[in-house]
Design a protein around this ligand. Structure first.
Ligand code: GLN
Length: 454
């Protein structure tokens, strides 16, 4: 895999940092333990993985795709990082991402865009484009992403790989640099459903260091993926969300999705249409809630604690150093979010914007609750279109935001959702993703359906 990274990453730019020495040392340790007759630490011991650069890694740079963190070397491991190491997973390096996970194309990285291995002129999705491109380019068999509004599932869809957003609270956020704390969720990315399930069980589970971590057993996703592989969905009720089609959806995406629904029916599933009328308001609600939380979370980058510090020459006051550092260190999308967020939270506007968005969030959660009384899982296309061209949407934030139309409701409600490859669109031959959504803590259900479909 290190050789493959060497051979392809000048084109793909999936990695911000390759830890050759650390990876080889960790692999040698796994080998030595096996040779000494010890049982492997986990089913994934010795398997290489690419880690999104939003997780802290002790002794290895962590930038979140931002200039403001340039040169910062974390003194501690995120819980996800620690669990990977303890399981004997080999961390190859840190992957490229939109700055602070804000974006849908990885073009907002301060370190240049990642390119989609299917077509190097196209985006690999975002914010976790590096993690999914690394899988599609065969640079790693496993990777980790984070999904605040779709950043695992949307890159998975447009690169033809599997991406899972577990139930909110299912995987620890400790050491995951916060974007929008009530939405952020770490999860597994892989080329097969079973691989994703194996990784899910390694990283998932209660962590006292994260106050929103769920104190319950990890859903049995590996067993569910194995059960699904029997390809029998008799008795499983699958809901199709009618709101996710029509204007803005590429015909080839809808075509591939409809074919997938027919395949689920052929596997024995009962297909029902389940309207979720409030999903139409998910995007505007998200783009108030996520920037609001981000504006607060990003206040910590004050030039005093981490990374970049400009004009620290004695001639400038602390306030000036802070302002100049934030001006130089944050990119345009991050600044846009901070402005939207502080505006939405300011007195006089709070109730009209942030307060209304939170009410919409409750309505979306209720749509899911009533849907899951009728069906076991919901399905939709993961994204309205296939991978668009690099540069096509960079100057149009609204067009960029539309990439997450189908993924955002699950973040707002906190339930589980994943994307599995679903063929290619007829008009461009590019990968399409099938999104499968399940109730909170029923992650195993969607793995079963995904493995049966796969
Ligand atoms: N594209 C969405 C955004 O820009 C979602 C990002 C994410 O899930 N991290 O906010």
């Amino acid at each position: 895999h290190l050789d493959q990274i060497g051979a392809t990453d000048a084109d793909v730019n999936a990695f911000l940092h390759v830890d050759t020495e650390g990876a080889l040392a960790a692999a040698a340790e796994v080998d030595a333990a096996l040779e000494a007759g010890k049982a492997p630490a986990s089913p994934l011991a010795g398997v290489p993985l690419a880690l999104k650069d939003v997780f802290t890694t002790k002794g290895i740079p962590t930038t979140c795709g931002s200039k403001i963190l340039e040169g910062w070397i974390p003194p501690y491991d995120a819980t996800v990082t620690r669990r990977l190491r303890e399981a004997g997973v080999i961390i190859l390096g840190k992957t490229n991402m939109d700055e602070f996970a804000m974006g849908s194309s990885t073009e907002n990285s301060a370190y240049g865009p990642t390119r989609n291995p299917w077509d190097l002129h196209r985006i690999p999705g975002g914010s976790g484009g590096g993690s999914s491109a690394a899988l599609a380019a065969f640079q790693a068999p496993l990777s980790i992403g984070t999904d605040t509004g779709g950043s695992i599932r949307q890159p998975g869809a447009v690169t033809g790989t599997v991406g899972v957003k577990p139930t909110y609270g299912g995987v620890s956020r400790y050491g995951l640099v916060a974007f929008s704390s009530s939405l952020d969720q770490a999860g597994p990315c892989a080329r097969t459903v079973l691989d994703a399930a194996l990784l899910h069980e390694v990283i998932g589970g209660y962590d006292p260091l994260d106050s929103t971590s769920i104190n319950a057993p990890v859903p049995a996703v590996v067993a569910a993926a194995r059960e699904g592989a029997k390809a029998d969905l008799t008795g499983v009720r699958v809901g199709v969300v009618p709101e996710f089609r029509g204007e803005g959806y590429q015909p080839g995406v809808i075509g591939a999705f409809e074919l997938a629904v027919e395949q689920l029916r052929a596997l024995g599933a009962e297909i029902v249409e389940v309207p979720c009328p409030n999903f139409a308001y998910a995007l505007p609600a998200y783009y108030l809630i996520a920037p609001s939380e981000a504006s607060s979370n990003l206040a910590r980058f004050d030039a005093m604690r981490y990374g970049l510090r400009v004009e620290d020459d004695g001639a400038h006051s602390a306030e000036e150093v802070m302002a100049l550092t934030r001006e130089a260190g944050f990119g345009p999308e991050v600044k846009r979010r901070i402005m939207i967020g502080t505006y939405a939270l300011s007195s006089g506007y709070y109730d009209a914007y942030y307060g209304s968005a939170q009410k919409v969030r409750t309505l979306i959660t209720r749509d899911f609750e009533s849907a899951f009384q009728q069906v076991d899982v919901l399905v939709s296309p993961t994204t309205p279109t296939t991978a668009f061209k690099i540069g096509e949407r960079v100057d149009d934030p609204m067009a960029m935001y539309l990439a997450d139309l189908c993924t955002i409701p699950s973040n707002l409600a906190g339930n589980a959702a994943m994307s599995v490859p679903c063929g290619v669109a007829e008009e461009d031959g590019l990968p399409v993703g099938l999104q499968i959504m399940a109730p909170a803590l029923a992650d195993d259900r969607m793995y079963r359906v995904a493995a049966a479909y796969e």
